[in-house]
Design a protein around this ligand. Sequence first.
Ligand code: SF4
Ligand code: SF4
Length: 290
Amino acid sequence: MKELVIISGKGGTGKTSFAASFAYLAGENAVLADYDVDASDLHILLEPKIKKTYQFYGGKKANIIREKCIGCGKCQEICRFDAVKNVDDKFEINKIDCEGCGYCYRICPVDAIKFEDNLSGKWYISKTRRNSTLVFAKLGIAEENSGKLVSKIKEVAHNLANENNKDLLISDGAPGIGCPVIASLSNANYVLIVTEPSLSGFHDLKRILELVKHFGYSAGCIINKYDINENITKEIEIFSHNNELEIIGKIPYSDSFPKSLVLKQTVVEYDKLDIGKTVERCWSKLQTKL
Ligand code: SF4
Ligand code: SF4
């Protein structure tokens, strides 16, 4: 089984539109995964039916048992994250501010603090309208541990692909260059970087390629909206040539992308002749890399 991971240096480059289009073209031959657990939206385009829902516990948080607390204030004194508040003479812990260090739990003189696994999100196994399996997750507001949740989604998607004899996993990677994207990339067979020709887009491409090369993955790129700045597109092409980054495709600016999003369709469904054909050619080329 091979995994194609689609990433970009930052959000807003059209990464998910390409991931959804390739998922649509691959149909039931592929398992799909969405690693953007902070703002997942692959499911919005693929409109899957949820088959199973699971809870994700990431890290621990402290909680005061009011009936046991004697109000000594020691937990508030020692919490360096200011998570303990005194509200109407009662001590309580703000879950969002608590970093889960467990210090208050250890020093409370009367064992009035519980230190429990924290429910930080949910993940889902679903079926898309193309009858492929999509694994995705939603992290709770202000929750961390997204790298850990990404690793969970990856493990489940790999297992499902292997159990169902699917030879391809198409993954919409987490954005940025931090822990979630590193978790997205682990064991990838090919990494597709979606970029656009702006100064910040080019800068992001360089940063993300550095990360991809550091871990030794094979990579190619799509230059989206290549015609909005053909000078920077040329620079990206020269840079790619010098850094063994194959250009998988160049896509012109097109209002088919936003229009297809409004209709909750992939661009290959919405625009079968023009942009859809160009994206299909990218897909054919990508398949030769896997
Ligand atoms: S340390 Fe324990 S007893 Fe003291 S205020 Fe905090 S929870 Fe209450
Ligand atoms: S677990 Fe750590 S961060 Fe959370 S309230 Fe206790 S001392 Fe503060």
